[in-house]
Ligand binder design. Structure first.
Ligand code: HEC
Length: 78
């Protein structure tokens, strides 16, 4: 299980930020369109600072502030 999780985390780092829906559309994590873009952006910045779910911390650390803003707009509540 641990091995599986690190594989997922590794894959996530490489291409995650275009694929938020990969985890956030199914049962694994909350649907991102329940949050406003501002909420997503704030959360991602917390993750980037190292707080919260380690999977998301890895993803957020691989994103620039611009990518965070773009992803928040793309996946947030319309
Ligand atoms: C590898 C799977 C995976 C990917 C890819 C992923 N996430 Fe997550 N995300 C999670 C998990 C697991 C949690 C923590 C569980 C939860 O809050 O539902 C989480 C939590 C979050 C939260 C916090 C939700 C809350 O209300 O606490 C936000 C916001 C978020 N992710 C945004 C994103 C964005 C934006 C992307 C794309 C850049 C992304 N995630 C990609 C797995 C993933």
């Amino acid at each position: 299980m641990k091995k599986f999780l690190s594989l997922v985390a590794f894959g996530a780092m490489a291409f995650a930020y275009q694929n938020c829906a990969m985890c956030h559309n199914g049962g694994m994590a909350i649907k991102l369109d329940k949050l406003t873009p501002a909420q997503i952006e704030a959360k991602l910045k917390e993750f980037k600072a190292g707080k919260g779910n380690p999977m998301m911390v890895n993803i957020a650390k691989s994103m620039s502030d611009k990518e965070i803003a773009e992803a928040a707009k793309k996946y947030g509540k319309k």
